[in-house]
Design a protein around this ligand. Structure first.
Ligand code: NDP
Ligand code: HSE
Length: 449
């Protein structure tokens, strides 16, 4: 057996992901040593409660409630606690004490990434975070390394497994939102506080990370436009299906031309998370369950799709261990770590300047001239109509003889050509205020056609 240099690995957290990482590190120790060129010695596992039940059996003597002491003298620190504190403090301690860090913590990287990467740069350490976006799917390395010579134009990602699980079950089975959320929680996909999933915070954190890598620009979380899926109901799902779409929570990261005088190219970027209509023929429409997918459009490479398990303990552990092997190889090879590339420094535009297509669903009075009034409001707002479908809910013709005219109700589904978000939202406000519109049922963006 080859004798390798020993590297001391500290694991912080033994929950859904951490317990699987520990188990695989111990079980595959010899294979990992051959691949890393170093023996990865699991020095200890820091948790809150040593007696808490674990998903897998792990040697009790490895557990500690003293992360600070465990970190001292470690070569690689794996942070799988989650959240901001104490994860931030432990990571900074690890970096300044000479360790490389592996983390899956998107919440921390999206909010304190600059501080962590700057600190790592100062001491020549590396921070690896493949598991922070889309669980098991390799997407950080492809964006950071494989596509570093290309120009990424657009990313559309399903990057939250919980919401994809919920929307998929609602679409396929007509399931109710609350029932499916409880199942996603029981399956271990949801964050400790599931509002992070359903209100789009988790996807926004991942979008900020993806956009930073794709556009070589530090994207602050506050610059990401975020909407969740709480407003999506069965009627919207049915209407989407009827029109040939499926509703997905998307993270869209886009390079925009001619947006700014601040750079020679006039380029800016948009980073946004919202539920959108995706044509059923688009590859993202066939992403089911808790799976994730990231669809990347690059200048030279063309369209690329990265697909797989976006959540789950053992699946995410795969990405974490890949990072551990990379960290070990770098540690053995020596030299300084490769920092983040953020020098493009492109401005992030507000949502109002984004252009996309929309589907507006209205309930209107079934009266002569109503369609013309609505078309006029859209035209005045510089929103061009691409399609209109009308369904009579209560037809004037069906009313009892002698009933007052105007009590019939029609549902109008208007598909627009590409429009600017600012124009669209002002137009929707005018529609809502119009006498002929009983109710704006929904406004959804259309992406991917
Ligand atoms: P869990 O909540 O399952 O586990 C958290 C672990 O951290 C527990 O073992 C807990 O200890 C420990 N812990 C919490 N606070 C402290 C503390 N103050 N000191 C020491 N240990 C502490 O989290 P997950 O495993 O689900 O997630 C870990 C990370 O991976 C997060 O950043 C998450 O966003 C990310 N991630 C998770 C995925 C998933 O599918 N679960 C997928 C992709 C990324 P104890 O057990 O004693 O309570
Ligand atoms: N809660 C997250 C999700 C876990 O549902 O995708 C993976 O980051």
């Amino acid at each position: 057996m080859t004798e390798y240099r020993r590297l001391r690995v500290a694991l912080l957290g033994a929950g859904a992901v951490g317990s699987q990482v520990a188990s695989l590190l111990l079980e595959h120790a010899d294979e990992l040593a051959d691949r890393a060129g170093a023996t990865l010695e699991l020095a200890g596992i820091a948790v809150r409660d040593i007696d808490a039940p674990r998903d897998v059996d792990l040697p009790r003597e490895l557990f500690t409630t003293d992360p600070e002491t465990l970190i001292v003298g470690s070569d690689i620190v794996i942070e799988l606690i989650g959240g901001i504190e104490p994860a931030r403090t432990h990571i900074l301690q690890a970096i300044t004490s000479g360790a490389d860090v592996v983390t899956a913590n998107k919440a921390l990287l999206a909010t304190h990434g600059a501080e962590i990467f700057d600190t790592a740069d100062q001491v020549g350490a590396s921070v690896y975070y493949e598991a922070a976006v889309a669980g098991a799917i390799p997407i950080i390395r492809p964006l950071r390394d494989s596509l570093a010579g290309d120009r990424v134009h657009r990313i559309m990602g399903i990057v939250n497994g919980t919401t994809n699980y919920i929307l998929d079950r609602m679409d396929a089975e007509g399931a109710e939102f609350d029932d499916v959320l409880a199942e996603a929680q029981a399956l271990g996909y949801a964050e400790a506080d599931p509002t992070a999933d359903v209100e789009g915070y988790d996807a926004a954190q991942k979008a900020a990370i993806l956009a930073s890598l794709a556009f070589h620009t530090a994207v602050p979380l506050e610059a990401v436009h975020r909407e969740g899926i709480l407003g999506i109901d069965k009627a919207m799902m049915d209407a989407a299906r009827h029109a040939g779409y499926v509703i997905k929570l998307l993270a869209v990261c886009e390079r925009l031309a001619g947006e700014t005088d601040a750079s020679a190219t006039g380029e800016a970027i948009s980073v946004r998370v919202y539920p959108a209509l995706v044509p059923r023929t688009h590859p993202l429409a066939s992403v089911h369950g808790a799976n994730n997918a990231v669809f990347v459009q690059a200048e030279a490479a063309g369209d690329l799709m990265f697909y797989g398990a976006g959540a789950g303990g053992i699946q995410t552990a795969s990405a974490v261990l890949g990072d551990v092997v990379s960290a070990a190889r770098r540690h053995i090879a020596g030299g300084v770590g490769v920092g983040e590339s953020t020098r493009a420094n492109l401005p992030v535009v507000a949502i109002g300047r984004v252009t996309t297509r929309y589907q507006i669903t209205l309930e209107v009075e079934d009266l002569p001239g109503v369609l013309a009034t609505i078309a006029g409001i859209l035209s005045d707002g510089r929103v061009s109509i691409a399609t209109v479908e009308q369904n009579i809910l209560t037809g004037s013709d069906d009313l009892a003889p002698g009933a007052a005219p105007g009590t019939g109700v029609a549902r109008l589904v208007i598909g627009t050509h590409t429009a600017r978000e600012q124009d669209l939202s002002e137009t929707v406000d005018r529609l809502a205020a119009s006498d002929v519109v009983a109710r704006v049922v929904s406004v959804l963006r259309v992406e991917g056609d």
